[in-house]
Design a protein. Structure first.
Length: 162
């Protein structure tokens, strides 16, 4: 739009023209890109692995349970519950459940049996298969409990003898 001043000079209003152009684009059917970032929902994956079983418990950030899958829910053989192959099936079942909720990133907490130096065989397999499924692993934390001079260990003064 052009306006003439008292001296006869022409001035243009750029703001109104750009707004008019946008209105014309909308009428013509052209889409105007509006970027909205979807908030990534985060969850905590608690993995408990012993040499007899594997348990995976998924909670939201407040601690409310989303899903829980164990080795016994996946296989009928008791000796296979702590197997890395069964751990992959556990992770697949967990990912099916949490994918529907829109969870994209995970915090992982691994816990072994108390006083054990290393987690069971299923922990690494679960983390690897979850990352392959497309989840972003933000943090891996070892929360294994260990006694700080508590009750006396069994075995007596001279220890366990053959």
């Amino acid at each position: 739009m052009k306006k003439t001043s008292e001296k006869g000079e022409e001035k243009t209003e750029e703001k109104t023209e750009s707004i008019d152009e946008i209105g014309e684009k909308e009428e013509a059917g052209e889409e105007i890109k509006k970027e909205k970032k979807k908030k990534e929902i985060e969850a905590v994956v608690n993995i408990y692995t012993s040499f007899n079983n594997t348990l995976v418990h998924v909670t939201d950030m407040a601690g409310k349970t989303i899903a829980k899958v164990t080795g016994g829910m996946v296989t009928k053989h008791g000796r296979l519950k702590a197997n890395p192959t069964i751990a992959m099936f556990i992770a697949k079942r967990i990912s099916e459940i949490i994918k529907d909720l829109g969870i994209k990133s995970l915090y992982v907490r691994i816990r072994a049996k108390t006083r054990n130096p290393a987690p069971g065989p299923g922990a690494n397999a679960i983390i690897k298969s979850l990352s392959r499924e497309g989840y972003k692993i933000l943090n891996i934390l070892d929360t294994t409990r260990f006694p700080r001079g508590g009750p006396k260990k069994k075995g007596g003064r001279r220890g366990r003898r053959p």
